[in-house]
Design a protein around this ligand. Structure first.
Ligand code: SF4
Length: 101
């Protein structure tokens, strides 16, 4: 097998794997606010519902969609979060692990 053909095959396999992973991630279940892992960090699907007395670090305008750990596009209603690998979080959501660095 020549080099260009081998490169094409490796590229194709890589792209297929990336597409499969993207689709698998899009089908992931939504994180429930009742999930113990979500409760531990005060996750809310709607940032407006954050308990501001309990989480004084929360500031208006902070949402999952502009958090550094959000893996979706800022316009996505739901997206991955590196904190909750197997579940999607709401773009309008928030949790105490919010960061924007
Ligand atoms: S770490 Fe960021 S993206 Fe993940 S749930 Fe918390 S605020 Fe949302």
């Amino acid at each position: 097998m020549n080099t260009s053909r081998r490169s094409f095959m490796v590229f194709s396999i890589g792209m297929g794997t990336a597409l499969w992973l993207t689709r698998a991630r899009a089908d992931a279940p939504h994180l429930s606010e009742a999930d113990p892992a979500a409760v531990a960090v005060g996750y809310k699907e709607d940032a407006a519902q954050v308990d501001k007395a309990k989480y004084p670090a929360y500031a208006a305008g902070q949402t999952c969609a502009n958090c550094s750990l959000y893996e979706g596009k800022s316009s996505d209603a739901w997206g991955g979060c590196s904190l909750f690998n197997d579940k999607l979080v709401a773009g309008k959501g928030w949790c105490a692990s919010y960061t924007n660095m």
